[in-house]
Design a protein around this ligand. Structure first.
Ligand code: ADP
Ligand code: TYD
Length: 223
């Protein structure tokens, strides 16, 4: 039975694009789903997102950053994710706990075991049934985000997608994050499916739909 799917990966790997395509596909199949994201899935979260991504000159320590992401998650799980799951919706979430492990853990160097415990508190033990890790070389993702912020400047700004604090980080930071995601996937093969995100949007979508269809078929036959 799948009730919660998360999309993870580096900046510009195509998470939002694939989440939107999957949501469209599922609603055409008559499956009721809810699309959401972190940070910023609640009104409080939108404020936290602004602080997290748009701070320029103000210093922010790794621990401060971590607690803001966890605050966003705690509110999001209680206000949006749990009620949607309880109402029988299939929740599709753009980033979740694995992003904290990859960015604050592998990227910023916060202790991974401590992060797992804090993730469990913030998410109230909610774990995705399935996670797509969209993996591509760092430079591919970053060049996509640059195209996104320059050529669609007004649309990007409207979505809060102008180049953010993380997109301005160096390549080494993003390489550590990528390695982190891949290690997390290796350690949880039953939940995390690695998708080669350097391919075309259509072929990635095909693979994702096929995997979700298989999971949904398992759900129906298990009933
Ligand atoms: P993310 O949510 O992972 O940051 P997006 O879905 O916003 O990534 O995609 C970033 C940019 O790259 C967008 O302009 C999108 O249209 C484009 N894009 C997404 N997936 C692909 C792909 N497979 N190939 C080429 N461009 C892509
Ligand atoms: P997002 O808007 O998904 O960025 P993008 O669309 O470019 O992939 O997420 C904003 C940033 O927040 C992203 O760079 C990753 C970071 N992040 C963390 O560092 N920790 C977290 O727990 C989460 C959820 C996101």
């Amino acid at each position: 039975m799948i009730r919660f799917i998360s999309f993870e990966g580096g900046d510009g790997s195509g998470k939002s694009t694939q989440l939107e395509l999957l949501a469209g596909y599922l609603s055409r199949q008559g499956i009721s789903c809810l699309s959401t994201r972190e940070p910023g899935g609640t009104n409080l979260g939108k404020m936290l997102r602004k602080v997290l991504l748009e701070l320029r000159d103000e210093p922010i320590s790794p621990e401060t950053e971590l607690f803001l992401y966890l605050a966003d998650r705690a509110q999001h799980v209680q206000e949006v994710i749990e009620p949607a799951m309880a109402a029988g919706k299939l929740v599709l979430c753009d980033r979740f706990t694995d992003s904290t492990l990859a960015y604050q853990g592998y990227g910023r160097g916060v202790d991974l075991d401590a992060l797992s415990r804090m993730n469990a508190i913030a998410s109230r033990g909610v774990v995705p049934d399935l996670t797509f890790l969209l993996d591509c070389p760092v430079e591919v993702g970053l060049s996509r985000t640059q195209t996104r912020s320059s050529s669609h400047a007004s649309r990007a700004a409207a979505k809060g997608k102008a180049e953010d604090r993380f997109e301005r980080e160096g390549a080494l930071f993003h390489e550590q994050v990528r390695r982190g995601f891949l290690e997390l996937a290796q350690a949880d093969l039953a939940r995390i499916v690695v998708i080669d995100a350097a391919r075309s949007i259509a072929s990635i979508q095909q693979e994702i739909v096929m995997i979700v269809e298989q999971k949904l078929a398992t759900r129906h036959s298990a009933k």
